[in-house]
Design a binder for this molecule. Sequence first.
Ligand SMILES: [Zn+2]
Length: 244
Amino acid sequence: MSSQPPTAPVDKEDNWGYDLYPERRGETPKTKWWQLAMFGGGQTNIERTNCERNVYNCFQNSPLVKLMYSALKASGCEIDLRRHIACEVCDVKVSGGYDPRLNQIVVCQNMARSTGMVQGILVHEMIHMFDACRHELDFKNVHHLACTEIRAANLTHCSFMSAMAQGDASFFRIKQQHPECVKTKAMASVLAVRPDLSKEEARAAVDKVFTKCYNDLEPIGRRVRRNSTDMIRAYSERGNYGYE
Ligand SMILES: [Zn+2]
């Protein structure tokens, strides 16, 4: 028996320690004195409008976000922007999250200020949402948690990061480092939500499900490389997976 809260937190970007998401507790974040001085207190609203505009842009223009939207819809979990996505002020430690209790994605308006960053958060969290929809994910089960974090890191974070960090480095090097990147990122995500686990336990959980979850590329179908046509190809081939 464990004494966890009813909803296990998800990861560092999406840590369901509700202290990181004051608005989830029904609090209105207080306007800071410098915001009052500089912006007359309207800053939070400007941030929210900006964030909502970025979210809307991603749903209009990002092939990956559109692909995830189609995949969720085809799986019976259609996203309604107003119901399932919320721009909120978060603790500065996080940039986004998936709240399994409400089946809602949080985009941290004070942290994610560019369309690119909002896109990264949306796709990562939509993979958690997809897994929750499709596989009846139990976020309290450490192997389920490890698997969805492996998939999110695999399909987005590590693919973007390795290409960015590597620049023109050979594809071979990226191929070699990619699984390590996914393991490291997934382990960090698992540990962030399960501080009760030791590093060894988190690594063991990631290792146990790694091969299966690393090779499960649904619904994107490929590891997306930055500045490549992968995103557009993935979106245009979505029919192969039965997503319209
Ligand atoms: Zn995550």
